[in-house]
Design a protein around this ligand. Sequence first.
Ligand SMILES: [Cu+2]
Length: 157
Amino acid sequence: MNRWLVLGVVAALLVLVTYGGASGAGKEQKVTIVLSDFKFTPATVTLQAGMPAEVTLLNRGAVIHEFSVYATPPAGKKITEWDEWVIPNTYFQGIGEVNSEIKGFGTTNGTALFEFEVPKGRSVAIKFVPNRKGTFEMACHQEGHYEAGMKGVLVVK
Ligand SMILES: [Cu+2]
């Protein structure tokens, strides 16, 4: 085998390896969460860190629902104004661009989205890369819904 041919084979193998890696990184994890009156199903969602995610929120309830994910407040902390806790503690900051789409309505992009509203009968797809590991609270903060039990847990590992 001549030397240039050997180099050519090595180069071709490198291309194959690089291509294989890139297509592996292109994988996406898809999860659907059903919002109803007044709970999330499933109530615990686990995502793998670093892999692009598409989380679809499907509102099967009779009223509008919301979806927020944020650092779990310390036990016993009394929160009366949820925006004051959720906005600075949202999961969707510092992880790059987040894209959300309500089918038939349009898209919203941002780097610090903190709340997704889902009209009844609609679904919202959120695309993001979950780069922050940990255990976070997810909840609906429409008035009275959280107190009625509309909350859950997002685990990123
Ligand atoms: Cu709700």
